[in-house]
Write a protein that binds this ligand. Structure first.
Ligand code: 4AD
Ligand code: MG
Length: 479
């Protein structure tokens, strides 16, 4: 007999059949007559109810059916008499596959804090909330490939080990096989990376963009989707040291095409979540409502699903950094000193508090900010004719702040070289990158979507550590 998943069993098309299912016990409630076992196998947020007559099974066996135990059930699928589920299983055979000692098993049927579950990340998959989050994560990854494939993009695998710093921010993890205690030294006392594995100093990549550009300048439309690594020491709810980034890169696209792509892409992903993950989203929404119950009506945020629909229905507000700067400089929050970082000089980098003000307070919808000061953006961005700004575009979302960062790229060799020299980038070792500008150069653009930032928005979770299975953050690489 074929074992069925809980998801299949709940579809109620097999009532009357003998079925088999395996899963983990969520709860067991027992009386003298009957036991109700809630069984979950991860295929859906919902449990199947297993009904076992107390007298038909040895007491010793029933006692072992505790929260967390792995259980195999054979029985008859019947229409449920109780409310809340369409079908249930009338058990004929119960086999405990693996016990979970209630004295020792950390995940009990009560509300655990997210902090506690983070410390038990190896077991948190077994909770409703993390089951929901990671099913949504899967669906979003799948939808990303789906979108690009349908739009004529090719999936490019960019390298994880690289000798270049794509963002020029110097926040990289070194990759080396040299002896940390006794590295070979050059005559002037520096570590001699010529003797290292790759014959030069290498790092984990911060972005696949530079390689993406090489491919786009031949294949037209490409995207990367892989892990990226940043050794920035920011212990925030929005930063990871290892996160996944999606980076489309398109030849002959200018910044406006790029913005259209970003907006269409994000809306597709949100629509996909609503179409394919409603059970999990409803669960996550209820959880958020529960959390907000004690807040005053005015302080409550939009319901999760309402918020997702709202983003779908409204076009993103597009404005330049300079327009945003004027708006922020004049706003009440700035004048009354409510911002931790005052907006007092054109050229300041915008902080998450400013981004959130624009999105949540002022426009009340996603915002695309363009044309940032060159000084605060990466070397490769297209230099605008004003000589001060570059054709950058950041997409800002409620709660999350920056979800996408991108730009039109500088395709003019001389201008790019000048900028690289100004910012002290090693022009010689990046000659391969410059060849795209030497031979057949053309307008092109791209962006990077932080996959976990997208998930924060879609799931309504508030800490980025809770949307990646095993978070890597400063001083934390457990599991
Ligand atoms: O804005 P960023 O640094 O842009 C780039 O890396 C470009 N090379 C992308 C491109 O144009 N192809 O990063 C892109 C996005 C950010 O908007 C943010 O969503 C996410 O990556 N991100 C992080 N997510 C989690 N933890 C971190 N430490 C992140 N740093 C950036
Ligand atoms: Mg950025």
């Amino acid at each position: 007999m074929k074992r069925l998943s809980v998801k299949e069993l709940l579809q109620a098309t097999r009532c009357g059949e003998t079925v088999e299912v395996s899963g983990w016990v969520r709860t067991r409630r027992g009386s003298k007559q009957v036991n109700f076992i809630a069984l979950n196998d991860g295929s859906t947020i919902h449990n199947i109810q297993v009904v076992a007559e107390t007298g038909s099974f040895p007491e010793e066996l029933l006692k072992r059916i505790t929260t967390g135990a792995a259980l195999h059930v054979k029985g008859e699928l019947v229409e449920s008499a109780g409310s809340g589920q369409a079908t249930e299983i009338q058990a004929r055979e119960l086999t405990v596959l693996g016990d979970a000692d209630p004295e020792k098993y950390p995940i009990q049927p009560k509300k655990h804090s997210l902090e506690f579950l983070r410390d038990n990340a190896h077991l948190r998959f077994r909770t409703n909330i993390f089951g929901a989050v990671f099913r949504v994560r899967h669906a979003m990854a799948f939808a990303i490939h789906d979108y690009f494939n349908a739009h004529g993009f090719y999936y490019l695998h960019s390298p994880l080990i690289t000798a270049s710093d794509a963002e020029g921010a110097g926040e990289m993890f070194r990759v080396t096989t040299l002896d940390a205690l006794h590295p070979p030294l050059t005559s002037d006392g520096k570590v001699d990376y010529r003797q290292d594995f790759f014959g030069k100093a290498t790092n984990l990549t911060v972005s696949g963009q530079l390689e993406g550009e090489l491919a786009a300048m031949a294949m037209g439309k490409v995207y990367t989707f892989g892990p990226t690594f940043r050794a920035e020491n920011s212990n925030t709810t929005r930063h990871l040291a290892e996160f996944w980034m999606v980076e489309p890169e398109v030849a002959f696209y200018d910044i406006h095409d790029n913005m259209d792509l970003a907006e269409d892409f994000l809306k597709y992903l949100i629509r996909y979540a609503l179409d394919h993950c409603m059970d999990d989203l409803l669960y996550l929404e209820r959880r958020l409502q529960e959390e907000e119950k004690d807040r005053k009506a005015g302080e409550r945020s939009m319901n999760l699903i309402e918020k997702l629909q709202f983003v779908l229905e409204n076009s993103f507000e597009r404005l330049s950094y300079t327009e945003a700067f004027d708006l922020l400089a004049r706003c009440k929050a700035n004048k009354s000193g409510k911002f931790q970082y005052p907006v007092d000089r054109w050229g300041v980098d915008l902080q998450s508090e400013h981004e959130r003000y624009l999105v949540e307070k002022h426009f009340k919808k996603p915002v695309i900010l363009t044309d940032y000061p060159a000084e605060i953006k990466a070397f490769y961005m297209k230099q605008n004719p004003d000589g001060k700004t570059v054709a950058a575009m950041d997409v800002l979302f409620p709660q999350t702040g920056e979800i996408i960062g991108g730009s039109q790229r500088e395709e003019d060799l001389d201008k790019l070289l000048r900028r690289m020299n100004e910012t002290g980038l090693p022009v010689d070792s990046m000659s391969w990158y410059l060849d795209t500008r030497r031979f057949g150069s053309a307008v092109h653009s791209g962006f990077g979507l932080g996959f976990e930032r997208l998930l924060l928005f879609v799931t309504g979770m508030s800490n980025i550590r809770d949307v990646i299975p095993f978070p890597r953050t400063p001083k934390n690489a457990e599991f």
